[in-house]
Write a protein that binds this ligand. Structure first.
Ligand SMILES: NC(=O)c1ccc[n+]([C@@H]2O[C@H](COP(=O)([O-])OP(=O)(O)OC[C@H]3O[C@@H](n4cnc5c(N)ncnc54)[C@H](OP(=O)(O)O)[C@@H]3O)[C@@H](O)[C@H]2O)c1
Length: 287
């Protein structure tokens, strides 16, 4: 199978490319600024439609796993045109080009399509984004064959060098610094390894529709940070409880955007991992 992973230098995409290669697929890794470490690198600029079209025509993949996006929630709020162009328009162009070469498209979406007033959202629940990032990602959902919604991805550092929530906590605690973490935001954190395995299982048999591919455990950000400290033998007392209202975020965040994952458990061989299983994997991966 010939696989094109957009965002191949990112947190999710780099794992999809790595595991895709392990499964024996021919992997092409899209990137914008940071050279991917797995697969054949393909430059793609989501801001430029012709760059997207050319990349798809050049690779002619069987499957595209589209993880590239403008992922900074506050930047999306500040530059809505750019967010729309990269998250919605580029997805439309990618999906149209994919259809021309017969490629199956999997779009990575987000828990931020929900308003967070309830939590444990199912695939068919009403979407109602509270910020522009969530809105722009929701627009992108309509174009692809499958939609994989996920939540707070973490894992080993990708080629882009971007620090995710888990690494940020671990690095702070290792330096003996305190970390302020909100206790009133609930999530289903998702390790990139589990996510990559699930998304590839969705892509291979071309399963269409919306799937929640997230961790199996609903937890507050604060409790997640404490679990990280425990797993790595670090001082959990350095984690200071705070509230969402104290954070100086430009964009509003949903309070409980946890995702219910029973559809993934029913349909896929790799099921969503519990927090304990995921943190054991993280410890094995990064020591
Ligand atoms: N992170 C989360 O907690 C989270 C939660 C829910 C959903 N999601 C969704 O999951 C997907 C993956 O997220 P992630 O955290 O893995 O992303 P990420 O680490 O921020 O990586 C973003 C990727 O997009 C690429 N990119 C940036 N600007 C680009 C451009 N102009 N043209 C082409 N590619 C460009 C980056 O390439 P360069 O590094 O080369 O610039 C990078 O490979 C995204 O679609 C995101 O919306 C993420």
């Amino acid at each position: 199978m010939k696989l094109l992973v957009t965002g191949g230098s990112g947190l999710m995409g780099s794992k999809v490319a790595e595991i895709g290669l392990q499964k024996g697929y021919e992997v092409f890794s899209g990137y914008a600024h940071h050279l991917p470490t797995h697969g054949t690198a393909v430059k793609i600029d989501l801001r430029n439609d012709s760059s997207v079209v050319e990349a798809v025509k050049a690779v002619r993949p069987d499957v595209i796993i589209h993880t590239a996006a403008l992922t900074d929630v506050d930047v999306c709020e500040a530059d809505k045109n750019l967010a729309y162009r990269m998250n919605a328009q580029a997805t439309k162009t990618l999906a149209e080009s994919a259809r021309e070469v017969g490629a199956f498209t999997v779009y990575t979406s987000t828990d931020y399509v929900f308003d967070g007033s309830r939590g444990m959202y199912k695939e068919e629940d009403r979407t109602n984004p509270v910020n522009y990032y969530g809105y722009s990602k929701l627009q992108g959902e309509s174009y692809c064959d499958a939609v994989a919604r996920t939540c707070v991805i973490y894992g080993s550092r990708p080629a882009s060098g971007k620090v995710n929530f888990a690494l940020w906590i671990l690095e702070k605690l290792m330096r003996g610094e305190t970390a302020q973490v909100v206790a009133d935001q609930h999530i289903t954190p998702t390790i990139n390894t589990n996510l990559a395995l699930m998304v590839l299982e969705l892509a291979k048999p071309r399963l269409k529709g919306v799937y929640h591919l997230a961790g199996a455990t609903r937890i507050s950000r604060y409790d997640f940070a404490v679990e990280l400290a425990r797993t790595f033998g670090l001082d959990a007392d350095l984690i200071i409880k705070s509230r969402m209202s104290e954070m100086k975020w430009a964009a509003k965040r949903p309070a409980d955007s946890s995702l219910e994952t029973s559809k993934a458990s029913r349909c896929l061989e790799t099921t969503p991992w519990s927090i304990e299983e995921a943190l054991r994997t993280l410890k094995n991966e990064i020591g």
